[in-house]
Design a protein around this ligand. Structure first.
Ligand SMILES: [Zn+2]
Length: 562
């Protein structure tokens, strides 16, 4: 951390100290009141953060690191603390060692039933390095994005006394302007388990809109939040224009979160004449627009936290203080798994694994941790003890599972029989069975079960390894750029059911499995027992029936098993 040896910063420090005292003696807001946001404080923060002293806050500069520390201090004044297990809000980015850190603070849950889940409120704090020439060379970035940072601090302050069951996490992302460095690292380095993040509100430029209407974008995956915000906006009141810039979704820090299905939204303003110019100065911002936006975000976080049901019912686990403490590490595959869906499709992903976990927790008092494991690495992760269970382990079952017990393979036919390798093809495609595969161009994901299947069974197939989202691949198929997309039958069938332009060809039976180590008798026994019980319960039956009713029957009969 760099210290400032300037009188002005001493004054700032003193002002910050006083502000902290004033906040501390303010009465807690009543639960039904509108969250309290002070426009004057937002203006003061923007002026300070966009001052020439910060020199544009480029993420690889000393001032970028100074900006991170400034933000950590301000979040602390607003009542936030470092995440559990960390002693600082500064979270370094491992893959860019000289980068300013992400700034991550949170308001831990104070409600009666902590759910173990998180809502994120975010804003990037970095901007641009100084210009090479010109009289004014400093990109102050008052609107972009001192405004979002000031808004985020205001949201923390407004929610500091709320008793919510979720943790509210505030993230100042580093390196946004240089390629979403901080938000990508946040997910890749698992600052928080992605499966526990229930929503994200990102503010990037919230203080300059001549028509006074903030722009809100969320796309289909952010719909649950967009709907909520539209419902709440009249209470602030604030005018919004909704989903007018779908192309913005990949252009700020909500992008990486949306890509893996976390409901996320962006608050922003239209690009203006000072956008990414040295003239983006604090005297041009509208602190009232920023304050109304922050008020809406705070209100939405509060409302969302109270209305949403937990994704995984981990309350028995979180509340347990059982004598035989054991932590079970559950390996999950991040992309392309049936349960990995936005909260809007929750009924469908509260499937096998959630039921097993809840039942196991009740039976044993064990605690659970989630760990993301790449599909091709599941067997190895189990074998070397990195995880204790792998769910949806179809690829692990193919990749050689000596020493692993496939305890639960095919125990739930209505669910599991729909899993397995399959192809998504255009409706008029000549492919109707596995035997039609010859020299086709087929998109596969590295390490996925269908990729392995094709590699071992159909060496003539030209498999193109892709990283695009499924929607983009479906478009490539409809344009004829690809012949098929290999994926899990269940998710492909859901896709084909939504869009009659496609159909699904099954590639033979590969059982989905839940894997544990063969020598882990206590876990295997407990798993079998609690699953047996769960399967007999009326709730489980109802969940399976509902799921079976929703998923259509396979488009073609499964090829005969090898
Ligand atoms: Zn920005």
């Amino acid at each position: 951390m760099l210290s400032l040896a300037l009188p002005a910063s001493l004054l700032h420090a003193l002002a910050s100290l006083l502000a902290g005292v004033l906040v501390a003696i303010a009465p807690p807001p009543a639960a039904t009141d509108l969250p309290s946001v002070d426009p004057a404080k937002i203006r003061a923060h923007i002026e300070e953060f966009a001052s020439d002293e910060m020199n544009g806050r480029y993420f690889r500069s000393p001032e970028g690191k100074r900006a991170a520390q400034w933000l950590a201090d301000k979040l602390a004044e607003a009542g936030a603390v470092p995440l559990e297990g960390r002693d600082s809000m500064l979270v370094p980015v491992a893959r860019v060692p000289d980068a300013a850190p992400n700034v991550v603070g949170w308001l831990p849950p104070k409600g009666p039933k902590p759910s173990g889940e998180y809502i994120l409120v975010t804003a990037h704090f970095d901007h641009l390095p100084p210009a090479q020439t010109g009289e004014d060379r400093i990109y102050n970035g008052a609107d972009d994005n001192a405004s979002g940072v000031a808004g985020m601090i205001a949201v923390a302050n407004a929610l500091r006394n709320d008793a919510l069951d979720v943790g509210v996490v505030f993230v100042g992302f580093t390196g946004e302007e240089s390629g979403l460095i901080g938000s990508r690292a946040f997910l890749e380095e698992e600052t928080l388990p992605p499966a526990r993040i229930r929503g994200l509100f990102n503010m990037d430029m919230i203080s300059r809109q001549p028509d006074g209407a903030i722009r809100l974008d969320g796309g289909p995956k952010g719909k649950i939040l967009v709907d909520l915000l539209v419902r709440l906006a009249p209470r602030v009141p604030i005018e919004m224009k909704v989903d007018t810039h779908p192309d913005w979704l990949d252009r700020s820090d909500q992008g990486p979160f949306l890509r893996i299905g976390i409901p996320s939204v962006l608050f922003s303003c239209e690009d203006h004449e000072d956008y990414h110019q040295v003239t983006d100065h604090a005297d041009k911002v509208d602190e009232h627009l920023a304050a109304r936006t922050a008020t809406l975000v705070a209100l939405a976080v509060r409302t969302y936290a109270r209305e949403m049901a937990p994704r995984f019912d981990l309350s028995p686990v979180l509340g347990a203080d059982g004598a035989q403490a054991r932590t079970i590490r559950v390996g999950r595959t991040l992309p392309n798994a049936p349960w990995w869906q936005p909260a809007t499709r929750r009924s469908q992903d509260r499937g096998l694994d959630a039921a097993i976990l809840a039942a196991l927790a009740k039976e044993t008092g064990w605690t659970f941790e989630e760990k993301q494991v790449a599909p091709g690495e599941q067997a190895a992760a189990l074998a070397n003890g990195e995880v204790d269970i792998v769910v949806n382990g179809a690829s692990a079952s193919l990749a050689g599972t000596a020493g692993l017990a496939r305890s639960l393979a095919a125990v739930e036919p209505a669910y599991l029989d729909r899993s397995g390798p399959a192809l998504l093809v255009a409706k008029d495609s000549p492919i109707s069975a596995e035997s039609d595969l010859s020299t086709l161009r087929i998109a596969v994901r590295a390490g996925s079960a269908p990729a392995l299947h094709l590699a071992t069974r159909e060496p003539a197939v030209k498999a193109i390894v892709v990283t695009e989202p499924d929607g983009a691949i479906a478009t490539m198929i409809s344009k004829g750029e690809l012949d098929a997309f290999a994926g899990d039958a269940l998710s492909l069938e859901l896709r084909a059911a939504r869009d009659p332009a496609y159909r699904v060809v099954r590639l033979g039976a590969v059982p989905t499995a839940i894997l544990v180590r063969a020598d882990d008798a206590p876990l295997r026994d407990a798993l079998g027992k609690s699953l047996g019980r769960a399967l007999e319960s009326a709730e489980w039956r109802a969940a399976v029936d509902k799921h079976a009713a929703r998923a259509p029957a396979p488009a073609s009969a499964p090829a005969s098993a090898p």
